[in-house]
Design a protein around this ligand. Structure first.
Ligand code: SF4
Length: 92
């Protein structure tokens, strides 16, 4: 594993801890909503827009959620209003 990969993994762990601690206090709108764990192709653009604007935008842990997702690059799901999925070959 490269130093860059280790650093990114460390960033993801820290971001996860911060998000997890916040979620001990706050129940976000995505909790128990299966649409947030779908693969990208299973979610219509309009529905993603709805989730992003109506659920994620006002979410009190949105910044922590985004920080974790940007660091960890989850394999699927909606995180802070953005859909994540398998990386394209051109992505690092
Ligand atoms: S910002 Fe993150 S934690 Fe908040 S509702 Fe959206 S996906 Fe859930």
């Amino acid at each position: 594993m490269t130093g860059h990969a280790r650093s990114r993994e460390h960033d993801a762990e820290e971001a996860f801890t911060a998000l997890s601690n916040a979620l001990d206090i706050v129940a976000p709108g995505c909790r128990d909503d299966g649409r947030f764990t779908l693969d990208p192709h299973e979610l219509q653009r309009e529905e993603l827009g709805f989730l992003s604007v109506r659920v994620c935008w006002p979410c009190p842990v949105r910044d922590l959620c985004r920080a974790y997702a940007e660091a960890a690059r989850p394999a699927a799901g909606v995180w802070a209003g953005r859909v994540y999925g398998p990386r394209r070959l051109s992505e690092g």
